[in-house]
Design a protein around this ligand. Sequence first.
Ligand code: ASP
Length: 401
Amino acid sequence: MTRQDRASILLIYTGGTIGMKEDPIEQTLKPFDFSQILAEVPELGKFAHRIDSYTFTPLIDSSDVEPKLWVSIAELIERKYNEYDGFVILHGTDTMAYSASVLSFMIEELTKPIIFTGSQLPIGSPRTDGKENLISSIEIAAAKDEAGHAVVPEVCIFFDNMLMRGNRTTKINSDNFRAFRSENYPLLAEAGINIRYNSSAILSPTDWNAPPVFHKNLDTRVSILKIHPGITPQVASGILCGEDSRAVIIETYGAGNAPSKEWFLSLIKKASGTGKILLNVTQCLAGSVNMDIYATGKCLKNAGVCSGYDCTTEGALAKLYYLMGWSKDNALVKEMLERSGRKCGLIGTNGNMIGDLFIETERTTPDSFELFRLFGEMSDEAHLHSEHFFHQEKEGMPLHQ
Ligand code: ASP
């Protein structure tokens, strides 16, 4: 049962195909300003909800997304959290799964929906999928149950009638409207004539009245090694033993298998021996890593490789960015990875939710806050970016009061 009382929604526009237009000179698609979107979707004015919008500048193709954008989005939501019932983020599809995954780890004890959406065709084109995606996302962000709580208090992706948990989602098609899949977790809702919510799959916060905790410290020193037949010691060594990374995600075959050749295993042992965090995720779209099935997987496990279980690469990357920002101690990060088990989220200590699991760690205290401060260089950039936001905020455009 959902209530659709007048809700207030903040629509955050970052760029992507949904708002693009063809540049007549270069004949390529480029992001366009938000007023174009509004003009194309007069239906937005028919909602009883109050919908305000914020536009990032510059608008970007999401291939240009960088972690400082995630920090800026989190800061904006943090500042506006009490003013709105839900947030809809218009974002390019190319990196939407990465952004949704990371945001899910950055906000702990979420009580409101944060829905990422976009489109495969610009909103101005006659067969656009953007209108449906946008309108349904707003409806989902506004939905409340009988108790007045958000129906979906999660970071999600809505695309082609499917609502998916953000950190379980992968872009699987570059030209079909069904661009995303969540193979290892059920849909949270499906939109038909009505929106049908899969309530047993949707998480709730442990305390609806507790303010969420925003974790804005991300350490992005992660590399990804995709195993493939013919991989050479030089290539594998450059990635596994490179000095600039604290962690390497190893995309393995099937249930977590990699070559059993001696040179490969000694590189794994060498990297692991230096304390590097090695995380095994499968190249398969569905299913899980299980390093106990095959001898090749067992060798990785014995060499200190952690299991990413059924995480997507995007989810694994987000989890590492968050955990490594939380602690500088690689051994502790590895312990947290092991303890998080089969879920993409994290295990902590008292029931708070990070990612998609109730975690057991102490709620962030002033003492532990120390752990979440931004790194030097990133801190400055993030600050500049957020100042820019204050400027944008003044230009925030109420669509419907
Ligand atoms: N390149 C575009 C982007 O990710 C693709 C899209 O939005 O569908 O911004």
